[in-house]
Design a protein around this ligand. Structure first.
Ligand code: SAM
Length: 318
């Protein structure tokens, strides 16, 4: 589908009003560029390690919206301009200059799919659900994935670090807790490697749908993989749903800062002697995670693995 991109120069005070005006006239979605610092909870909700340095907030904002090439652009822009005049009555909307900055052919939701091709991690073949099995990999252990809008194609170094540790520690019949399950790729890998049952949690509601779809794609019965939206760090309902001291392995591929918090809770869910595989740790945060694990009397670190700039710690519950 072809889209036309329009960018409006405005103020941060006007942004909320613009959103509601766009809704009213049927423009779906908008992109906001401003220099307003993120709040602590916004930062926590983002999957990034290092925040970019922003120039000071000068109260200006650039708001972009997209119109389908086939719709009547002039009519929509007229409605936008009328809406702007109404908003101008009660809030400073800045210059309100609109520029058509780009015409592009994009399908943002699906474009990434052309770059997701089958690949192997040791003897495991990970392939998108829509691709054929390459002839030369017919003998591999197959995992089929469509992450949808959740995280986890398996391509990321942090996921591969976890898969390799799962290959090492999953024995037939084990129970696995997959924290930050995303597409469910790690839980599915564990089941394919012989695990009896997986329980997954994620903050992202899209993960729940993705896990169900990927279970179906891999012919895995739903009862083998329970999944809920929730935060095991501080939510008692999520902790109860996961259950206590019943897992042989806990795997968590999340950010270093989250691993530091989550490792305090993990021993309550692991059996004695159980294994905690943690990943998502950028090398500059390795020492901080190491210190947290060493300070946790329940754990002894048994292995540190690396891929690129990413680090994974494997610890055993004493
Ligand atoms: C890097 S992705 C990992 C996805 C998948 N497990 C993989 O290895 O490819 C991290 C996931 O953790 C989730 N997440 C972040 N904080 C979390 C928390 N406190 N509890 C559960 N999930 C969390 C994110 O929503 C995201 O889906």
């Amino acid at each position: 589908m072809k889209w036309k991109k329009f960018t409006l120069e405005t103020t941060t005070d006007a942004v909320d009003y613009l959103g509601s005006m766009f809704d009213d006239i049927g423009i779906e979605g908008m992109e906001i560029e401003d220099n307003v610092p993120l709040t602590e909870s916004e930062t926590k909700g983002m999957f990034i390690d290092i925040l970019p340095e922003l120039p000071p907030d000068d109260g200006t904002a650039r708001v972009s919206f997209y119109l389908d090439e086939d719709e009547d652009t002039e009519e929509k822009l007229k409605a936008v301009r009328e809406g702007l005049e109404e908003i101008r009555q009660f809030v400073n909307i800045g210059t309100a200059k609109i520029t058509e900055s780009e015409t592009d052919d994009k399908d943002w939701i699906n474009n990434w799919k052309q770059y997701f091709k089958p690949f192997t991690v040791d003897h495991i073949l990970i392939k998108p659900t829509w691709e054929e099995i390459p002839e030369e990999h017919k003998d591999k252990l197959l995992i089929q994935i469509d992450p949808g809008t959740a995280f986890g194609t398996g391509k990321h170094e942090t996921t591969q670090l976890c898969i390799r540790q799962l290959e090492k520690y999953v024995k037939p019949g084990v129970k696995v807790l997959d924290l930050g399950t995303g597409s469910g790729i790690l839980g599915i890998a564990a089941l394919k490697l012989g695990a009896e049952y997986v329980f997954g949690t994620d903050l992202d509601e899209n993960a729940i749908t993705a896990v169900h779809e990927n279970l179906a794609a891999n012919d895995i019965p739903e009862e083998k993989f329970g999944v809920i939206q929730g935060n095991i760090i501080d939510d008692k309902a999520t902790q109860d749903a996961a259950g206590y001291e019943c897992y042989d392995i806990v795997v968590a591929n999340i950010l270093a800062d989250i691993i530091i918090m989550i490792q305090k809770q993990v021993p309550f869910h692991l059996k004695k002697g159980g294994i905690f595989i943690s990943s998502g740790i950028i090398d500059m945060k390795e020492q901080a995670v190491r210190e947290a694990l060493e300070a946790n009397e329940a754990f002894e670190i048994i292995e540190v693995t690396r891929q690129g700039e990413w680090v994974s710690f494997t610890a055993r519950k004493k």
